[in-house]
Design a protein around this ligand. Structure first.
Ligand code: NDP
Length: 448
């Protein structure tokens, strides 16, 4: 009989925590998980999933406009934000139920409350109850970072964006990364006036420069405004509820909403890491080894709280590898090479492997192939937006080391193409594959 209450206690029931808990239980461990908000975590409750539903909803704006060119006449089309918002929130409730059932079906005990570490094996729950565990997994994720300045409390983050009672007529989005570009597209399609403000002049700095330039060009063409090299001085809430924003290099301007999308920071505050002796790094993330193990032998951490790669599928893989290693007698590490990623902007973009600049720096000699084209649907619709696909190859071996795309369905196409890139295929391998005509993705095998 173990001297501990549980074999595994997981703090945080997000993507990484749920996967790890479920798999550990399937391996025979006695598992409990504590979640202070809602089972499912950021991705399911207030991130990727509801965001994607809003992206779908937003796209109808252009689809309805384009429909005319295809012979459809839809008079007096109107958009009802509350209706979409509530449909999305209801689906989030459904998914929250599914995630909860998954844990319960695997006999994982769920504590719907906050848990903190009080010692190396000790956990105190908000209710006052204390429990012990042989192993502890910290999977508390990350939260939006809000720059601190006068009046910053008047802004919202993506957390609140899903619950707005009215759409803002004028919205200022701070940051030019994933969340900023995705929500800029969403709000713009819903008819809001959108301005992006960023401290540098770079959008999405981890993506290939050609895609970033193309997104900027298309966004400006659509009517999204950009204020680069600018930082906030203050936000003043006026009597009528509007926000007067003072920022460097710009005249004070009024907005109905300011949304911060300026990165996400690991959730470590008040967790009791000191009591358990767990170390953090200089960025405030929990330091772990290749097996997601902290400096304390029986305490592990996965997902955004470790700030390795802030993506849901990565957290899931880390959770799975942890459970297989510790409870499945199958030591497993996560392979971080060639992780495909996408931004669900309008249009979306996606990439895998090295950007052109990274490849040039690392390999020296590379070959770059591009296809810059107007998708057939855009031609018929009279829409001037062009797609851009770029393939970066090692000049010596012909191996594809990076693939980058912006255009309709780029993320869907990228998932399939990433398999080939990860498998180490060459441009010749792509070219040996017959084109599937007429598609956008046939450009992948026709690049010059
Ligand atoms: P990003 O890291 O993508 O972008 C942050 C932006 O905020 C950058 O433009 C950055 O500017 C700016 N910024 C950072 N710190 C500050 C600061 N202190 N003051 C002012 N500006 C600042 O973060 P997001 O918040 O957009 O998203 C967080 C993470 O969530 C992403 O990195 C991604 O991993 C994940 N995510 C993934 C999605 C997907 O897979 N589709 C969707 C949404 C989020 P600069 O460039 O100058 O540094």
């Amino acid at each position: 009989m173990s001297k501990f209450d549980y074999d595994l206690f997981t703090i945080g029931a997000g993507s990484g925590g749920v996967r790890a808990s479920r798999v550990a239980a399937a391996h025979g461990a006695r598992v409990a998980v504590a979640e202070e908000y809602r089972v499912g975590g950021t991705c399911v409750i207030r991130g990727c999933v509801p965001k994607k539903m809003l992206v779908y909803g937003a796209h109808f704006a252009e689809d309805l406009e384009d429909a005319k060119q295809f012979g459809w006449h839809i008079e007096n089309a109107t958009f009802d934000w509350i209706s979409l918002r509530d449909t999305v929130l209801a689906d989030v409730d459904r998914l929250n139920g599914i995630y909860t059932n998954t844990l319960e079906n695997h006999s994982v005990e769920i504590f719907h409350e906050r848990a903190v570490l009080t010692g190396p094996h000790d956990i105190r729950l908000a209710s006052g109850r204390t429990v012990t565990a042989k192993h502890i997994l910290i999977a508390t994720g990350a939260r939006p970072h809000v720059p601190q300045f006068e009046g910053c409390e008047h802004g919202i983050t993506s957390n609140e964006a899903f619950h707005l009672d009215v759409l803002p007529k004028r919205v200022l989005i701070a940051g030019a990364g994933y969340i900023a570009n995705e929500f800029a597209g969403i709000f713009h399609q819903f008819g809001c006036e959108v301005t992006i403000i960023n401290r540098s002049d770079q959008l999405l700095r981890t993506y290939d420069h050609s895609l970033r330039d193309r997104l900027l060009q298309i966004s400006v063409m659509k009517g999204i405004r950009f204020q680069f090299h600018s930082t906030f001085e203050k936000i003043v809430k006026q009597d009528d509820g509007t926000l007067l924003v003072h920022s460097t290099g710009n005249r004070p301007a009024e907005y109905d909403c300011v949304m911060f999308a300026t990165g996400r920071v690991p959730n470590i505050e008040g967790l009791g890491l000191e009591a358990a002796g767990v170390e953090i790094d200089e960025k405030g993330a929990i330091r772990v080894d290749d097996h997601s193990r902290t400096n304390v032998e029986h305490i592990y951490a996965v997902g955004d709280v470790t700030d390795r790669v802030q993506l849901t599928p990565v957290a899931i893989r880390e959770g799975q590898a942890f459970a297989d290693t510790v409870f499945g007698n199958r030591p497993t590490t996560v392979n971080y090479d060639c992780i495909p990623s996408a931004v669900f902007s309008h249009p979306p973009l996606a990439g895998v492997g090295m950007t052109e600049s990274e490849a040039r720096n690392r390999l020296g000699s590379i070959k770059v192939y591009e296809s810059d084209f107007r998708p057939m649907k855009n031609v018929v619709a009279g829409r001037s937006e062009r797609s851009l696909y770029k393939m970066v190859c090692d000049a010596e071996t012909g191996r594809i080391v990076g693939l980058h795309m912006i255009g309709p369905e780029a993320p869907e196409i990228m998932q399939a193409a990433a398999i080939a890139v990860k498998a180490g295929l060459t441009k010749d391998d792509f070219d040996a594959t017959m084109a599937l005509h007429p598609t956008m993705s046939e450009e992948l095998v026709l690049m010059r």
